[in-house]
Design a binder for this molecule. Structure first.
Ligand code: HEC
Length: 100
């Protein structure tokens, strides 16, 4: 799956978790499409992720920063499909709250 390869290649996991697997520097992403209200909307999920990726680093003082990844549209679509897919897995209540 393209999105999973990009996830691994760009080491998103060095900062993020998916269902608790990974590092705890940045938000859990297994439920990010729900958090963004786009879990049933692949095009919306792509646009939200694309906007997010292009607005990093935020430069907001006191906030943890995410680096800029210059992904192609295809790569970003792959990632948003991947995030939709992980969000659709029944994680039996994980993460324990919406904020991840
Ligand atoms: C160096 C650490 C780091 C890496 C590597 C990283 N991120 Fe992040 N990411 C962050 C931080 C910190 C935030 C939270 C920033 C904020 O809230 O302002 C974040 C937030 C996000 C969010 C928004 C989460 C939300 O709940 O709104 C998404 C989506 C995301 N990252 C995707 C990715 C993807 C995809 C990759 C790999 C291509 C990646 N990140 C790699 C640090 C990182």
């Amino acid at each position: 799956m393209l999105g999973k390869r990009i996830w691994e290649k760009h080491a998103c996991i060095n900062c993020h978790t998916i269902m608790g697997e990974g590092a705890y520097f940045a938000p859990e992403l297994a439920n990010v499409t729900t958090r963004w209200g786009v879990e049933d909307d692949p095009e919306g999920a792509y646009e939200a992720l694309d906007n997010w990726m292009k607005s990093q680093p935020s430069g907001v003082e006191g906030r943890r920063q995410m680096p800029r990844f210059n992904l192609t549209e295809e790569e970003t679509r792959g990632l948003s499909d991947f995030l939709l897919w992980v969000d659709s897995i029944d994680a039996q209540g994980w993460p324990p709250n919406d904020a991840g």
